[in-house]
Ligand binder design. Structure first.
Ligand code: GTP
Ligand code: SPV
Ligand code: MN
Length: 586
């Protein structure tokens, strides 16, 4: 129930159209959650995990054809097609409404319609935004309860007269031919049907906090980004906050809660967020960041006490696991977890594990866990004003071309570096894995408007402040000729971040190249690390011949945005081409 007439009318009309048996307004309480969990244990959508080893933890197996985001079924429905841009699938709003409204007709017949009021961002923050998700999935409610701040306080925020994003979700019949994730930024509206999975169904996350919010951010002068936020404490106790954009399944959660190696005493990482950042220019000219989310929906495979001990430290209680494997003693299991593989595993589809059928856990299997269970959770994570960002990091998964790290020459070049990002595709979205594609600012699947306008918006910050963060680009995934990672990654990424912090403090050297500032091999702290000089040089190498091709490719990609492309980006392409040509001629 609500005193907000618009909200009440919307819920009523959706209930009538979907023919829901009854309406449940979620308050987010423990008692409510227990009722929902009991219901899901009974209908089989949740399995209780071993209460001794994993108290209050559950396993959910999604439909085998519903295990990842579906970019080809995700639409941005703006009145003018060009506003959505070639980076988005587009459908005319009237047509899109018609397509999904037909599918919603009667889709909740005999079932419960849940209304989830939620707040993205800390309570009391001027930057927080509300939403309401209507869903027929108890699993979605249980996940939203961890991922966002749901219930009475969020509803009060709406009833106080603040605007809110409406999200309508139904699992429909889970048929991919009747699956759509529709966005109507001009109406602050999302309509999703046919999937119960992650970013397709937890509408506060990618649909609201990135696609709709990026649209709002552009008109209001801020940024909604696919970024983790962390604090880097140096041995003197000073904390440098950074935000980093890597594409899906490219290391944000891992970097956000990294444990530095013993060889770097006194350094510490504090986690503010692992997936989404909302950035506002403060009166002081600095960019301040909040994490709109309250939990982590993280990739399970590869997570272990070696790669991510902080994460393992929070996964043992109050977690929902989706599509992981199950050990005979009811513990969650995935490829890369600690210890030997137990005999008698049940795979993510509930079958006796058979390597011929594929991995035991789905490559995009995930855990959902509250952020405040993270051992490295920052005391600033709920600060209403956010944290001041000193550096922005862009990064991709590239076995070749991109060096371990470089620093952009200035803001404009940094925006170019973000816009020029490329990365190999991963299991986070349906489709072929391992294809290199352009993924500007890690926002290819998430920018709610034309990329050319988005880059102009980024560039406009250069006119608004002289205290903007320094911009860097990293690549943890460069490989040698035998296909092995050249860089150990994970905790050892702290060595790269140390150089970055020292660059921000103006305390360490670099070489200027056409691509940006690159550390000399002696600038990277590799104390206690078993890495050859040859590998290190390969990691830091910028091969002008390869980069001539890369920049030509970037130029062609930019050109596909025609006249809308900001001239500053074309100018960067020309500058780098010229510098590389001079370097090759010398
Ligand atoms: P989303 O939640 O999809 O946005 O992903 P993410 O960017 O948070 O990626 P995450 O940290 O979950 O890592 C994805 C995969 O990359 C996992 O299998 C990790 O084990 C692996 N990974 C993360 N960091 C590193 C690294 O530094 N080196 C290597 N080789 N692999 C890494
Ligand atoms: C991603 O794919 O970037 C994720 C997972 O973080 S999802 O919630 O499915 O978007
Ligand atoms: Mn993500």
């Amino acid at each position: 129930m609500t005193t907000n007439a618009d909200l009440a009318a919307w819920v009523k009309s959706v209930a009538e159209h979907t023919q829901a048996a009854r309406i449940h307004w979620c308050d987010g309480s423990d008692a409510e959650n227990e009722t929902l969990v009991a219901r899901m244990l009974e209908d089989g959508s949740l399995l209780r995990l071993n209460p001794q080893t994993h108290p209050n933890c559950f396993l959910h197996r999604s439909a085998p054809n519903d295990v990842a985001r579906v970019e080809h079924l995700t639409f941005v429905c703006t009145a003018i097609q060009e506003d959505a841009g070639q980076n988005n699938n587009w459908m005319a709003p009237a047509e899109a409404h018609r397509v999904v409204d037909d599918l919603y007709a009667g889709c909740m017949r005999g079932r419960i319609l849940y209304v989830i009021p939620y707040l993205m961002g800390p309570y009391g923050s001027p930057y927080s935004r509300a939403g309401v998700e209507i869903t027929d999935s108890a699993y979605v409610v249980a996940n939203m309860r961890i991922m966002a701040r749901i219930g009475a306080r969020a509803l009060a925020h709406i009833e106080a007269g603040n605007s809110f994003v409406r999200g309508l979700h139904s699992v429909g019949d889970l048929n991919p031919n009747r699956r759509y994730i529709m966005h109507f930024p001009e109406e602050l509206l999302i309509k999703s049907i046919g999937s119960g999975y992650g970013g397709n169904a937890l509408l506060g996350k990618k649909c609201h906090a990135l696609r709709i919010a990026s649209w709002q951010a552009r008109t209001e002068g801020w940024l909604a980004e696919h970024m983790l936020i962390l604090g880097l404490e140096d041995p003197s106790g000073n904390i440098t906050y950074v935000a980093a954009a890597f594409p899906s399944a490219c290391g944000k959660t891992n970097l956000a809660m990294l444990v530095p190696p013993a060889a770097l005493p006194g350094w510490k990482v504090w986690t503010v967020g692992d997936d989404i950042a909302w950035l506002h220019l403060g009166d002081d000219g600095q960019l301040w960041a909040i994490n709109p989310e309250a939990g982590f929906f993280g990739v399970a495979p590869g997570t272990s006490s070696k790669t991510n001990p902080n994460c393992m430290g929070m996964l043992g209680r109050n977690a929902i696991y989706t599509n992981v494997a199950l050990s005979p003693d009811q513990q969650p299991w995935w490829e890369g977890i600690d210890g030997p593989q137990p005999a008698g595993l049940i795979d993510w589809q509930g079958r006796t594990y058979d390597p011929k059928l594929g991995p035991a856990a789905h490559p995009n299997s995930r855990f959902t866990v509250a952020a405040n269970q993270c051992p490295s959770y920052s005391i600033q994570a709920n600060a209403p004003e956010g944290v001041p960002i000193s550096a922005i990091i862009f990064g991709g998964r590239r076995s070749t071309v991109a060096p371990l790290i470089y620093q952009a020459l200035d803001w404009e070049h940094g925006v170019f570096a973000g816009a020029a990002m490329a990365s190999e595709t991963t299991a986070a979205a349906v489709g072929q894995v391992g294809l290199v594609r352009r993924d500007p600012m890690a926002m290819k699947p998430f920018c709610g408007y034309n990329f050319a306008d988005y880059w102009s918006h980024w560039l406009s910050f250069g006119q608004r402040s002289s205290r903007l963060p320094k911009i860097f680009h990293v690549n943890w995934f460069r490989k040698d000729h035998d296909g092995r990672f050249l860089w150990p990654g994970y905790g050892d990424n702290m060595r790269v971040l140390k150089w970055l912090v020292e660059r921000c403090q103006g305390r360490i050297g670099a070489v200027r190249t056409p691509i940006g500032y690159v550390p000399r091999t002696e600038d990277l702290d590799v104390a206690g690390l078993d890495i050859s000089r040859v590998s290190l040089e390969a990691l830091l190498a910028i091969d002008p011949t390869i980069w001539v091709r890369e920049v030509a490719d970037i130029g062609a990609y930019f050109a596909s945005f025609d006249a809308r492309l900001p001239s500053a980006l074309a100018a960067q392409v020309a500058r780098i081409k010229g510098e590389l040509a001079r370097q090759l001629a010398a």
